[in-house]
Design a protein around this ligand. Sequence first.
Ligand code: F6R
Length: 599
Amino acid sequence: MEGLARLEYRGYDSAGVALIAGEHVVTAKRAGKLANLVAALAQESLPESGTAIGHTRWATHGAPTDENAHPHLGGEDGKLALIHNGIIENFHGLRAALIEEGIHFQSETDTEVVAQLLARSYDKVGDLTEAMRQIVGELKGAFTLLAVHADQPGVVVGARRNSPLVVGIGDGETYMGSDVAAFIGYTREALELAQDQIVTITTAGATIINFDGTPGQGKAYHVDWDAAAAQKGGFPNFMAKEINDQPHAVADTLLGRTNEAGALVLDELRIDEAELRAVDKIVIIACGTAAYAGMVAKYAIEHWTRIPCEVELAHEFRYRDPVVNARTLVVAISQSGETMDTLMAVKHARVLGARVIAICNTHGSTIPRESDAALYTHAGPEIAVASTKAFLAQITACYILGLYLAQLRGGTYADEAQAVMRDLGETPAKIQTVLDGLDRVREIARFMVDTRSVLFLGRHVGYPVALEGALKLKELAYIHAEGFAAGELKHGPIALIEAGQPVFVIVPSPHSEHGLHDKVVSSIQEIRARGARTIVIAEEGDEDVVPFADEIIRVPVTPTLLAPLLTVVPLQVFACELASAKGLDVDQPRNLAKSVTVE
Ligand code: F6R
C-alpha cells in the first residue's frame, strides 16, 4: 500500500491489490483514490501474504468503477490475477474470440482480455513465465503486465513493451514498479529492463528473458535519491515542495558539467563530436510543459549556435512529413522519460536517420534508452502531477546542450559559453530570492479565487513562460486561462479585454539588448486603457511599469535568456495557491496523470 501511495500520482481513478493466500488469489479493489481502498481494507483486512501485486489506474477502456479496477482475474478457477498499464490495441478481436470460446467477462477493460488469455496459456503450459511468453506476441500496443498465479506462490511475472517497468533488488525480497518510487523505501538497487522483456521475480532475485525466449539482461543501477526525496518534507503538498526545490534542481543539473578550465564537458553524450559539428538543424520534440521548456531553449540555442532550431509537439511531429535527416539533431525533452507521444516521435526521428538526444529526469526510463544519448536533469523525483522543478531543470539542461554545441562549433558565442555558465551558476540563489518574496502573490491568488478567466502575456522568452503560466492555472485550478505573445494582442486577443479582466504580463528586462521592454510596457498601457487588471512581473529597479501596474511582482536582475528561470516561479505559486484556496487537490488534478503512457 505504501508503494501504491508513492505511485498514485501516475493515476488515481481506482486502485486494487491481489495477493496469493494459500491456494487462492484474493483481491480488493475500489473506484476513486487509493484512500477508498485503504478505508475498505481497514473494515475488512486481507490475509497475510508474501506475494502481491497492486495497481492505481488512469482509465482508458471502461469507466473508473470497482469492476474495471485492476487486478483482473483469469481462468475459471480465478487463480490468476493480472494488472496492466498501457493499451492493448487489438483487444476487441481477442475478446470476441475468447467470448466465442465461452469465456465470460466481468469488466469492460482490455486488461481482463489479457488475464483470460494468460490463464488459458497457463492451463496449457503450467508455468507463468512461459505462459506469458506465449501470449505477448498476440498483443498489439504498449503494455506493462504483472501477473501472479495461486499455483506458483512466491513468483510474480512481469512483461513490458513500450511502457515502464523497473525491478528493485532487496535483501531476500524483490520488487517491480512503474518507477523506483514504488520500492525506494526498501531498496535503492534497481534493474533497468530493455524493451520486449519478461522478468520473473522471487525472493531470490530476478530472471529476465526476451520475448523470443532467449536469456535477457537488465542494467543494474543505484538510485541516487532516497525515500525522503519522495516525501512532502513539511510542505502541504508535493507541488509546494517541488516549487521550493527549484534552486536545488537547477544547481544539481549544472553540477559536474564543466572542467577545471570552465569548459563544458558532456561525457554522457556518446555522439561523435564530428557528427555534432555537422548538425545543420535542431528539432526539439516534447509535450506540455516540457515543450514550453523547449520553446524557451529555442531562443537561446539559435542565438548561441546559429543552427536553426524548431520546436514541435511530439504528437504532431510523427503525423506530418518532417524534414529530418542524418544531419538533424533531435532533442526529446521528457521529465518522466515515458511519455508515449514523445517516445513514438523519438523512434520516428531515428527511423528518419536523425541523432536523438534525450533530456530526461528519470533514470531507467524508456526515452533515454531509445535515444542515441541522454542528458539527465537532476531535479530529483517530481511527484505532483503538474510539472514545476522539471521545467526549470529542462531549460537548464537545454542551455547546457546549446552552449556545448556552441563550444564545439567555435564562432562568436563559443567564448561566451563560460560566462553564461557562470550566470547560470548564480541563478539558484536568484530563484531563492523570488521564492522568498511571494507572499503578495499568494494573497492575490486567494483574492482571485472566484475568477473565471486569466490571461498571460509575454514576449521573446517570456512568451513560453506566459503559456506555461496559463497551463498551470488551467490544470490546477480549472480556470480558463490563455497565454499570448504580447505582440499578437492587437491581431485579435485584445478583444477579450474588458473591465476587470486579470492579465499577467511578463516584462523583459529594461537592459535587454533587443529593446522589447518598451514594447511590452506599451502593451500594458493598451490593455490597462481597456480596463484590464494588470499583474506585472518585472525586474527589480524597472520603474517604467509602475504607472500601469495594478500589482508588481519583482524578480532579480538577470540576463535576458535566463529570465524564464525566475519569471515562471510566481506563476507556479499563483496557480498552486489559487487551486488550494478553491479546495482542490493540487497534486492530483482531475482527469490527469503524471506519466502519459498512452497515445
Ligand atoms: C504539465 C505537465 C505536462 C507534462 C507533459 C510531458 O504540468 O506536467 O504537460 O509536461 O505531459 O511530460 P514528460 O515531461 O514526462 O514527458
